[in-house]
Design a protein around this ligand. Sequence first.
Ligand code: ADP
Ligand code: ADP
Ligand code: MG
Length: 501
Amino acid sequence: MIKKVLIANRGEIAVRVIRSCREMGIITVAVYSDADEASMHVRYADEACYIGPSPSTESYLNMDKILEVAKNCGAEAIHPGYGFLSENATFSQKCRDHNIIFIGPGPDAIRSMGDKITARKTMIAAGVPVVPGTTEPIREDVKAIEVIREIGLPVMIKASSGGGGKGMRLVKKEEEVESAIRMARSEAATAFGDDSVYIEKYIESPHHIEFQVLADNHGNVIHLFERECSVQRRHQKIIEETPSPLITPDVREAMGKTAVAATKAVNYSGAGTIEFIVDEDQNYFFLEMNTRLQVEHPITERVVGVDLVKEMIRIASGEPLRLQQEDLCQDGHAIECRIYAEDPDNNFMPSPGKIAHITEPKGLGVRCDGYIYEGYEIPIHYDPMISKVVCWSRTREGTIARMKRALYEYKITGVKTNIRFLERIMDCMAFKEGKYNTQFIEQNQEYLVGPQQGDPANEDRAIMVIFADYLRKLSQFETKVIAKNDSADWKITGRKKNLFT
Ligand code: ADP
Ligand code: ADP
Ligand code: MG
């Protein structure tokens, strides 16, 4: 059994992994960059080691440094979290070469799924339905036009190494092809160091529905049902829920079987996610596999009743899966909201800075996985996601009501956040009725970000302007912080004892 784990990550996911380790009696080692010296994951772990300057290329992506630290501190295993080195085949291989357990799949499985073109080929061979399109990189624009005429517009130009919604372009007209390829290529080259792109049919009004899988080193593979992730902005998820309001039990069963078959096809080990794009008629197509723990994994944990990080660690230790498909079921309904330090009124620009005040939601059926605290300064170097609120109740309706309550409770001042934006989504008719697809945010843009009559938020905002102006006159106050606050929060700030003394 593994006794000591190094977590090669930061922020909320590092804290989340350490929590499960602690429950298992495993000693944890955090790693940190200059910017993260005061980060919660560093404080929460049993040990912490400095690995380099703030840019992730010099710290969280520095494989040799991380391996050196793991060796020196006697960690037998490394958990990579998500992002950073989690889907890096070279790192998985290097761990193996250094006799350190990589808590995740082997290099071959990562390689065959990490590259989307290779993954498409592998899935076709395994009989898994993929989105119609090319199985080779596009080299010339002329060829691209030929392909497009064959599969029909609209299409997506996608980077083979893509991730995080980057390197993707929608093409509606033939004359857009050339520039779309150019843009997708250059974005992919900058973000992933690989400019190969391919063409995929654009599925209209689609749903993003993914299946969580677990595979051990003894050939056993199970799925833990689906997550509906169609609430997206710029092809990135912000709200996820399970069960999906779209699919029927029959489709769910068929997709689950397909997900297991896809996983078996690459000799997978550990936790993974098979992503599907699903059309209005519930036809589903393989999109990609994420060969790691996913941001939205907690909703599955809640509804299926499994600690995915513990399962990953047990699998990595060589234990066979104790769970069997027949034993698993979906109990109730869970929704996750991703909380970002960003400004919804200014095109969701990241809003790093110092946390003046934070009150996290609590109470029955609420889980809040975060890492920030009062006085903490969110660094500019990393992803602006600061926490995830996960709510559960027996029914979907009850879960939405609970999420609204949790978001109401959640107060963060000092930086801008998307909390009020998320609250509006909970109030949006299409969401409440469970009738939404990946176009949801675009289609409801006005309702979600526009000013609204009779919205208490606006009244608060008006009062805030007067209040901020008043504060500005009192020179000893940090009016910048107050003025930047989300609406309604002035009340809390106003109650702070030192404000008028
Ligand atoms: P999830 O489904 O878990 O949300 P995402 O694709 O949104 O998956 O990625 C999770 C995290 O990993 C995000 O913080 C994202 O920025 C990061 N990430 C994903 N893919 C890459 C990549 N290829 N390079 C760098 N970061 C990535
Ligand atoms: P990433 O690796 O960046 O996560 P994905 O291939 O998983 O990229 O796609 C991310 C999102 O982009 C999907 O969830 C979906 O909303 C949209 N998308 C991708 N491919 C298509 C497609 N062929 N048709 C329609 N939407 C798509
Ligand atoms: Mg994806």
